[in-house]
Write a protein that binds this ligand. Structure first.
Ligand SMILES: Cc1cc2nc3c(=O)[nH]c(=O)nc-3n(C[C@H](O)[C@H](O)[C@H](O)COP(=O)(O)O)c2cc1C
Length: 497
């Protein structure tokens, strides 16, 4: 059975080894270029829609560098981590080792190392006065109904106002004006920091870091307890402490090697309309009042490169999927040692649908695994548990298991009224059906969870569940046996009909 086409397998050449030394955005792009995986575009393609359309067409095939986007002097790159195999390559592990590498980095973070002022590439050029984001940066407008240009690949870094420990996360950020932006804060760590500052009537200093290497991008998505600096996970993924520099206008520390840093403050008590914006479930979020960032400074390298992520495409989806899978696997294995692998399917937007491979030893175990998975992350909406002979990375295999090992009257688990993803439009429908038109935040994202136990019984009569196999199918040396030379078959078919 073949893999789901949306997640492309790695056919591109990877003859060139990864460059020696620390992985940077530039060394990674050079590596992609040397292995026929980087396209360059010299045409000044429009920042509104066309740039994203081109990047979308190339997504998963090649990263793309727009050298003069919209005629802007700063180039834009997109799609440099849009295959699992590429991400594994950047980590220096086989694809099957991705989750273990991510998990061990999260378990053994490396403290950052601070470089002296004047030594950080990201502060080679400093703009402190009259910052105009529109002039300084080529910020694309991505989807048809997006309400203007959005920063989509910025690492938001802030310090917990109570403890001083940093947090790193990615947020969609709408650029409203030359020095003002609105940000979507879902209820996680940055949101908690902001609320703590706002309660005291204070602004929260924040840095938006654009243009970092794939490992630092990935680390930003680690699912950790609060007060766990993801830059330390980035260090562990690199195998060396990540070099950071203090911002020019705050105490926030940012990766010294980054291309661009926007320094600012999340303002207390201020909200501005943000959206609509085309999100990862491939639908638009509506316009709502959101928290506001006042920009104080922009620093960057000489000749910086701007990174944009095309929403809902593979770079976006995989960035969320891999750290989540690593966390989900660790979480499930703590209580269920028979769990061997997990996969967030592309069809489930790499967030909502989880496939679990279980070496089931007792009846009922798969249902416990389903319940644990629902509790592991609120985004999980559907869980399918399969046996060890089923490839969880292949949706056709999982569907086959559901078709042949699942009976809805016995193997289905449904939990009504649970917390789900507020970006899942069907949760809004549920609210509407309940007579609530514009649900307040605490009523958003209510969803039903569905679990499917698609495992065989532990004991079954011989042959009932024996998978059809042809002896030799996987071991025969086809190259030695098969010829495609026409002379081999022409003589048998002759000339006529
Ligand atoms: C491309 C991309 C865009 C994202 N946009 C948002 C967003 O707008 N708001 C948000 O709260 N989370 C967003 N996320 C998810 C968070 O960055 C992610 O859940 C992160 O791990 C949260 O960090 P925390 O658990 O340390 O708070 C985005 C993730 C990616 C990869």
């Amino acid at each position: 059975m073949s893999r789901q086409p949306a997640e492309k397998t790695n056919s591109a050449s990877q003859a060139a080894p990864l460059p020696e030394g620390p992985l940077t955005l530039r060394s990674w792009l050079r590596h992609l270029g040397n292995t026929d995986r980087l396209a360059a575009i010299d045409e000044p393609v429009a920042l509104e829609h066309t740039l994203a359309a081109v990047a979308k067409r190339l997504d998963g095939e090649r990263a793309v560098l727009f050298r003069r986007p919209g005629g802007h002097a700063v180039p834009v790159v997109s799609g440099f981590m849009s295959r699992r195999a590429w991400i594994a390559e950047a980590m220096g592990v086989p694809e099957a080792g991705l989750l273990e590498r991510m998990r061990s980095a999260a378990a053994q973070p490396l403290p950052v190392s601070e470089v002296a002022q004047g030594e950080a590439a990201c502060q080679q050029v400093i703009h402190l006065d009259k910052v105009d984001l529109h002039k300084l940066l080529p910020i694309p407008t991505h989807s048809e109904h997006d309400n203007g240009p959005y920063i989509t690949a910025g690492l938001a870094i802030a310090r917990n106002p109570r403890t001083g420990v940093q947090n790193v996360s990615i947020h969609r950020i709408q650029v409203h004006a030359a020095d003002r932006m609105a940000i979507l804060l879902l209820p996680r760590h940055l949101d908690a920091f902001y609320r703590a500052a706002e309660e005291c009537g204070e602004a929260l200093p924040i840095a938006i870091v654009i243009g970092v290497d794939p490992l630092t991008m990935l680390a930003s998505q680690a699912i950790t307890p609060i007060d766990y600096d993801e830059l330390e996970i980035a260090g562990a993924l690199h195998g060396a402490p990540l070099e950071v520099i203090k911002c020019r206008t705050s105490d926030v520390r940012v990766p010294a090697n980054a291309e661009i840093v926007i320094e600012g403050r999340l303002l207390p008590g201020e909200r501005e309309m943000e959206g609509p914006f085309g999100e990862f479930p491939k639908y638009y979020s509506s316009a709502e009042p959101r928290e506001v960032i006042q920009v104080d400074a922009v620093t960057h390298r000489h000749r910086p490169i701007y990174h944009t992520i095309v929403p809902a495409e593979m770079e976006h989806l995989l960035l969320g999927a891999i750290p989540r899978e690593a966390t989900l696997l660790a979480h499930l294995q703590r209580s269920h040692p028979g769990v061997q692998d997990v996969h967030l399917s592309v069809g489930g937007v790499c967030r909502y649908h989880l496939y679990v491979k279980l070496d089931k030893k007792r009846e009922g175990e798969a249902k416990n695994v389903i319940l644990s998975a629902f509790g592991a992350h609120y985004d999980i909406k559907q869980v399918v548990v399969v046996d060890t002979d089923v490839d969880v990375h292949d949706p056709a295999e999982v569907e086959w298991a559901v078709a042949t090992r699942f009976q809805a009257d016995q193997d289905l688990v449904v939990i009504a009224g649970a917390q789900g993803s507020v970006l899942d439009p069907s949760t809004t429908v549920a609210a509407n059906l309940a007579g609530i038109d514009n649900p307040e935040p605490h009523l958003q994202g209510i969803c039903a969870k569905m679990g499917l136990d698609a495992t065989r019984p532990v004991k079954y009569a011989a042959h009932v569940f024996t998978r059809v196999r042809i002896p030799g199918e996987s071991t025969i040396d086809l190259q030695a046996l098969v010829s495609v030379d026409p002379s081999q078959w022409e003589a048998y078919l002759g000339e006529g009909a």
